[in-house]
Design a protein around this ligand. Structure first.
Ligand SMILES: [Zn+2]
Length: 385
């Protein structure tokens, strides 16, 4: 079991503490994504130096390479990576379901062939996914669910949601409870609000340690959250998977979300896009960076911004030097972790709605194009899960 303590409430937002066997995670929290047992281009100790207290690992990738038995032989994910803080693992469901013709779904689970070795057939059932996450030594296990592609007719969404609930029951039954470890269920129901509510009602009967949201469209993200939040118990941590850019995080915390994960800070760190504390991004490959001696972000205290110029990063990215990704990923993750710290401070002072307004005003002022894109109703990207 995982102990979750709400320290302070500010409107719908909460300041909390999630106590795991690998340390206490203050919430709202952001989890950098460590797909293959590494947050790409970052040493684990540097990830920790940004203030991150929890990272996310992917079952699917680790299952294929180096393989779960190998991770187990190497002492589990914490020991293998030299990361002594908390780890949440995904169930593998999302990646497997994305394999399209390479997978088949049945009541039992999913059978798939991987994109790496076409010959071998893998089996992923709710029980198997939980067993793998146990072997990895994940502090937070995610229940296996069906990740349906939207849009879909209501009957299809309902059938899929009910299958996910049955899988959630099986996942919970397979979970070996111990102190400092927990399992989260995933709420499905697509963009049909009555199905979302029905899913909450069914999932509330399973005593999960926390609840996550899956299959959300970005343009209705806040609406989805507003539908779900009143239907789930207040005392459980709430995790929205795959979110997001800083603007999404600021919006979601105001509505009561406690946990986030996203590949963007590390992916952008490898593609020359730096996140700025003013809410937007900066392309380090652009020509006007060539002679810019300022740090990536003048308001940032990360080692990259303290020691290196935009001009140097520009030159490194132009030459595809690995150091470019290392320096910019560090900066990006620092921006995310600092944002979470600012949000937690605002909640503790009871000023999150003022913080929210000021943050968006800065975003709109300094990055009008990115702000307009964020507000656009056509932002219909589907989040992972
Ligand atoms: Zn920085």
């Amino acid at each position: 079991m995982l102990e979750f303590k709400i320290i302070k409430k500010d409107g719908a937002a909460r300041l909390g503490e999630l106590r795991t066997a690998h340390g206490t995670v203050e919430t709202p929290t952001f989890m950098p994504v460590g797909t293959d047992g590494t947050v790409k281009a970052m040493k684990p100790e540097d990830v920790a130096a940004t203030g991150a207290k929890i990272i996310l690992g992917n079952v699917y990738h680790l299952m294929l390479r180096p393989g779960i038995d190998r991770v187990k032989e190497l002492g589990g994910l914490h020991k293998m990576m030299n990361w002594d803080k908390a780890i949440l693992t995904d169930s593998g469901g999302f990646q497997v379901m994305s394999l399209g013709p390479l997978r088949t779904i049945s009541e039992q689970g999913v059978k798939f062939r991987s994109h790496l070795d076409n010959d071998k057939i893998y089996d992923l059932t709710p029980e198997k996914s939980v067993e793998i996450q146990h072997a990895l030594d994940a502090n937070i296990t995610m229940a296996l669910d069906e990740c349906l592609e939207l849009p879909a007719p209501k009957e299809v969404i309902e059938k899929s949601m009910l299958l996910s609930v049955r899988w959630a029951e099986r996942s919970f039954a397979a979970f070996k409870d111990r102190k400092g470890y927990g399992i989260f269920g995933i709420l499905q129901g697509g963009d049909d609000w009555s199905l979302r509510e029905k899913c909450c009602e069914l999932m509330n009967k399973i005593p999960f340690d926390g609840l996550a949201f899956g299959g959300v469209w970005l343009n209705v993200l806040t609406e989805t959250i507003d539908v779900i939040i009143p239907c789930i118990p207040e005392e459980k941590p709430r995790y929205v998977m795959g979110v997001g850019i800083p603007a999404d995080i600021v919006d979601c915390t105001l509505r009561g979300i406690d946990m986030f994960d996203c590949v963007l800070p590390s992916r952008f760190g490898r593609t020359a896009q730096g996140f700025l504390k003013t809410g937007g991004t900066l392309n380090l490959k652009k020509g006007d960076m060539r002679d810019d001696m300022r740090p990536v972000d003048e308001f940032c205290t990360c080692p990259t911004c303290q020691r290196y110029s935009r001009a140097y990063l520009h030159a490194l990215f132009k030459e595809n030097e690995p150091l470019a990704s290392m320096l910019l990923t560090w900066h990006n993750i620092q921006v995310y972790e600092d944002l979470m710290k600012d949000i937690r401070e605002a909640i503790s002072m009871g000023t999150l709605s003022d913080f929210h307004a000021a943050w968006f005003e800065t975003f709109r002022k300094y990055h009008p194009d990115e702000y307009a894109k964020f507000k656009s109703p056509s932002r219909t990207i589907m989040l992972k899960k």
